[in-house]
Design a binder for this molecule. Sequence first.
Ligand code: P6P
Length: 344
Amino acid sequence: MTPAHRIKTLTQFIVERQAQYPHAKGALTRLLNDIATAAKIVNREINAAGLVDILGYEGSDNIQGEAQKKLDVYANERFIEALKGGGECCAIASEENEKIISFQNEFSDLGKYVIAIDPLDGSSNIDANVSIGTVFSIYRRRSESGPGVLEDMLQPGVNLVAAGYVIYGSSTMLVYTTGKGVNGFTLDPSVGIFCLSHPDMRFPETANIYSINEGNYIYFPEGIKRYLKYCQEDDPATLRPFTSRYIGSMVADFHRNLIKGGIFMYPGTKKQPSGKLRLLYECNPVAFIAEQAGGKASDGIRRIMEIQPKTLHQRAPFFVGPKAMVEKVEVLLKTYSSEELHIK
Ligand code: P6P
């Protein structure tokens, strides 16, 4: 048992980091704490979901046309409530809402940030008791004042101020970055406090896991088919054959790969050329974390964080993990799929 004086809580950590920025007024600190508060409330419902009637479908579809699980709706409402109440952001883009949700703050010096969020990613796994997650991106607003507008949200990942995810698994963790490394905090449910458990997270030097839905194999570009065969070749010197691991919940798959070393792939296919994952609130935040952890994130051609979003819910092919693994995919796509993917 770690002595109490050696536990560093998320709040202590954020405040300490804020002290490194003399001009910081604490807005980002409060915003991150608002997110942590909502995560604790969602975590409580997820853990109780098996006991109360909150599993199953809400009976409505979200803007993606995906049937909304009751917990999706519940999580979305909790995060919107916490962020609106906290007053530090002027708009939210959520996977569950077609348009941005804008707030007018009565105090003009508030609301400097906008948030893009997937409140409950992987929710199709809820009733199978598989780990699910929340993913969030934080940008500075671009508009001067008043309620946030769409242009505040349509920013490339390189403009991110902070990004992170919460994984609701065997334990609940919040992992985030503000561009100065990646740190992981585990929730102590007995006191409702996130405690620093994974300081300075980085991809391991050696990595041998690949994560992809191989059920889409026949629709993959030739370069991806070649990469999968590469993963399966017998070459102990390069740790191959790699191990295939796929949960179908991006946060859980990425978190495992960050800890143990591996690449997560959701390629574009003949059926969905832009892939399935959304740029703003799934690819960009995970890409920021991956880069800060020494890795790389690409759409197979370009750095994910340099893509200029054109629409709120646009999708992107997504390859994220250790640099060497992502670069191998990029080379094979360039070699075998250049026409298909219009690679110059
Ligand atoms: P598939 C969950 O619905 C999600 O958006 C991600 O969390 C996950 O990685 C992906 O979809 C799984 O998609 O097509 O493999 O079931």
